[in-house]
Write a protein that binds this ligand. Structure first.
Ligand code: NAP
Length: 532
């Protein structure tokens, strides 16, 4: 086996036959398979497969229900099955640490088997701890709530005191701060002893991707989304395609997108495509961080303050743009004048001296996205009348950037109070939401989420209120063609998709992080290829 972190594909059913699934796993690029015997109802099929020559090495696991597995029989039956499986000499056997401590018979059987087989043919023993036994699962409150999470270091110390060949820790990540705790342990301990450390759940995805950077023995990835053996497990195709697994290594710099939710963010696809095109040794991963200022600060403290994690830059999305600004202020770090005026930061950059700076690329992105079309439709941006629907973070960035271009901006918002405040702070005009159908401007921009997937048939503007000479931009980018844009096209308006803005803001982020021109074509191709 290679010295790289291995990809293990879990097998959770005997239908299709194990041979077929293992062949498929090998063709997909897996290095080994994990036979989840607790979930494969057909034990004889597993025994028969193990008794034959294998085309891929195998881990056998009979996970107990108390550690998140599916074994429903009694404990003595499970222990007997583990002993029977060990007799067939799989490359690895995974036994819960608690079971190992409890069962002298199992310790004896495995010990005897190891002695008989000799060092070359030995089954390597994985001793594992999972959420339930670590005392850390979904129901454990986040640190915000004042809870002291269990110390992962002492859990791993206890595992390290056993004769295990491989130590395994799998906790349930409540958000990306937990994922960073796991990565810290991996970075510290993997060089000393073979280790598998991962965080389950969508918030733990970074641990599964960065396992290779930090030298874990293996990571788990399924063949298909429906054959995952644990929540948050990526597919082999995602790992090797979207996250460029084969290119990750100890020096890979880490970037990510912080938001809640961020599972469907297009940022990783676009930035990873840019890293591939420019051959930059970096990876961009999702970091789901629960809403709230203290949750954001806790994540930054854990992630940004840790040299081993080497997080070099972050995209910031809903609902953390204001929290990012507040965090930078509280740390005494600098915020660009534009981001300060918008009251929102969407890009964090780590400087060479370890400090962080904040920028907002949303506003400039709209200027870029509008410039070409506005030049021919409305005589350019200077002096153009722009009507903006919405008064949230995106609207603020757009108002600041478009005002700086000499546009005359009017804002319309569902709640008057917010529109009034934004207009006062950013020195533009505001009108009540109901007045939007009588807009007078050259350019109309939707900065509300109305029309976003899944409510794709909604529009923030009555179709018949749209007028032919207007340039219409919808900041919503899922779907690419919103109901508002469709109606605008039917009226003969020029339209600009939120995808164009998304691309421009991501390109500006790339340039801030790497100080070089962004590979726009590759980023655009990734955006078009992303299935949303
Ligand atoms: P935000 O700060 O939460 O503000 C949302 C705004 O939309 C508020 O003004 C809110 O009005 C209004 N709104 C929400 N639901 C509404 C409804 N049903 N009817 C009418 N108004 C409604 O969010 P944001 O950061 O500004 O983001 C807004 C949109 O911009 C999102 O769809 C986001 O995807 C998009 N965006 C796109 C890009 C890009 O690159 N394409 C970048 C950034 C943002 P109230 O004040 O009355 O609540």
């Amino acid at each position: 086996m290679s010295a790289h972190t291995l990809i293990a594909v879990p097998i959770v059913t005997a239908d299709p036959p194990l041979d077929v699934q293992v062949c498929e796993a090998r063709a997909a690029g897996a290095d080994l398979v994990e036979l989840r015997v607790d979930r494969i109802a057909n034990v004889p099929a597993v025994l028969a497969w193990l008794a034959q020559p294998r085309i891929l090495p195998a881990i056998v696991t009979v996970r107990s229900a108390t550690e998140g597995g599916a074994w429903t029989g009694d404990e003595s039956g499970r222990v007997a099955l583990l002993a029977q499986l060990a007799e067939l000499g799989p490359e690895f056997i995974d036994i819960e640490h608690a079971t190992w401590q409890r069962s002298a018979a199992l310790r004896q059987t495995i010990g005897e088997r190891r002695q008989e087989a000799g060092p070359a043919a030995q089954t390597r023993l994985i001793l594992s701890c999972h959420s339930a036994t670590v005392g850390w699962d979904d129901s454990t409150p986040l640190p915000d709530a004042g809870a002291t999470p269990p110390d992962l270091g002492s859990v791993l110390d206890a595992l390290a005191a056993t004769p295990a060949d491989v130590l395994k820790l799998a906790i349930h990540a409540r958000d990306a701060t937990d994922a960073c705790r796991v990565l810290e342990q991996l970075a510290r301990r993997a060089p000393q002893r073979p280790l598998i450390a991962l965080a389950m759940g969508e918030a733990g995805l970074a641990t599964r991707i960065l396992a290779r950077k930090f030298g874990a023995l293996l990571t788990f990835a399924s063949l298909r989304a429906e054959s995952r053996s644990a929540p948050g497990q990526p597919t082999v195709a995602e790992l090797r395609g979207l996250y460029r697994w084969d290119h990750l290594g100890p020096r890979t710099r880490v970037y990510g997108v912080v938001g809640w939710p961020v599972t469907h963010s297009l940022s990783p696809a676009v930035h990873n495509a840019a890293f591939a095109a420019t051959e930059i040794d970096a990876v961009h991963v999702p970091f789901p961080v629960q809403p709230g200022r203290s949750g954001f600060a806790a994540f930054m403290e854990r992630a940004a303050g840790n040299r081993e994690l080497a997080i070099a830059g972050l995209s910031v999305t809903l609902p953390h743009k204001e929290n990012a600004l507040h965090w930078l202020d509280a740390q005494g770090f600098s915020v660009s004048p534009l981001a300060g005026r918008c009251g929102a930061v969407n890009t964090l950059v780590q400087q060479a001296d370890g400090t962080w700076t904040g920028e907002n690329t949303d506003g400039a992105a709209v200027v870029t996205a509008l410039e070409t079309v506005a030049r021919c439709r409305a005589g350019g941006l200077r002096g153009a009348c722009v009507d903006i629907l919405g008064a949230g973070g995106a609207a603020r960035a757009l108002i600041a950037a478009l005002s700086a271009q000499g546009c005359r901006v009017t804002v319309y918002n569902r709640s008057d109070e917010r529109a009034r405040r934004v207009a006062q702070e950013l020195r533009c005009r505001w009108l009540p939401w109901e007045a939007r159908a009588r807009y007078a401007g050259d350019i109309l921009v939707n900065c509300t989420p109305v029309g976003m997937w899944p409510l794709v048939e909604e529009s923030p503007m009555p179709d018949d209120a749209l007028r032919e000479r207007t340039v219409v931009l919808d900041t919503v980018y899922r779907p690419a063609q919103t109901r508002l844009l469709r109606a605008a096209e039917q009226r003969g308006c020029a339209t600009v998709s939120g995808r164009a803005m998304f691309l421009a803001q991501a390109a500006a982020q790339f340039e801030l992080w790497h100080n070089r021109a962004a590979p726009i074509r590759a980023m655009e191709a990734a955006l078009v290829g992303a299935d949303v």
